[in-house]
Design a protein around this ligand. Structure first.
Ligand code: 5GP
Ligand code: MG
Ligand code: MG
Length: 175
């Protein structure tokens, strides 16, 4: 541990709040008059989950899942393991997966299939960050906060070795 250093602020809390409110309006339009189930993916999506849920004025239930595909390293293993499953029956429900970042696409591709197999009515993805250069699996991402370059991002929920999740802004790790 640690001679890692955090770089400059890339995206501020204010920018994130503003974007969350915009996405919330889209979600309200897309699911007008219907119930939605927000599924936050622990632990990286916690801050973004709060931003979205408090801005969306719809009939809503929330749940969380914990999956792992990365260890403490900065590269994807490609393997998805469920550490904590849903407590909610999602059959016939409108599920919106709340993620911190889409990189290779492996995690969300797996989760989308997992929810579809449990007969969700619809499965949408809402990610704080998208890193398109990292993509290895084709995946439709419905709601994207911000698109970022191929750097290792930390802050606003995202960690390096469990650190920096508490930073109230998005930054990156300096090599
Ligand atoms: P994917 O399966 O799309 O490759 O990666 C999904 C997960 O890897 C994300 O939910 C996130 O936990 C982690 N991840 C991918 N890129 C980054 C990054 O730049 N920074 C951090 N902290 N985690 C990342
Ligand atoms: Mg994640
Ligand atoms: Mg992580």
């Amino acid at each position: 541990m640690s001679n890692d250093t955090v770089g400059n602020v890339m995206i501020t809390q204010e920018q994130i709040s503003k974007r969350a409110a915009e996405i919330a309006r889209e979600i309200e339009k897309d699911f007008c008059g219907q119930q939605i189930v927000l599924v936050g993916i622990l632990r990286g999506a916690v801050m973004w989950m709060v931003d979205i849920m408090k801005n969306v004025d719809l009939d809503m239930v929330i749940d969380f899942m914990s999956v792992s595909s990365y260890g403490s390293s900065t590269k994807s293993s490609g393997i998805v393991k469920i550490n904590k499953d849903l407590d909610t029956d999602i059959e016939g429900k409108n599920v919106i997966i709340i993620e911190d970042i889409v990189d290779s696409g492996t995690t969300l591709n797996y989760l989308k299939g997992y929810f579809e197999n449990r007969d969700a009515k619809t499965v949408k993805i809402c990610t704080l960050l998208d890193k398109p250069e990292g993509r290895r699996v084709e995946i439709d991402v419905d709601y994207i906060g911000f698109t970022v370059d191929d750097r290792f991002i930390v802050g606003y929920g995202l960690d390096y070795d469990q650190k920096y999740r508490n930073l109230p802004y998005i930054s990156y790790l300096e090599e």
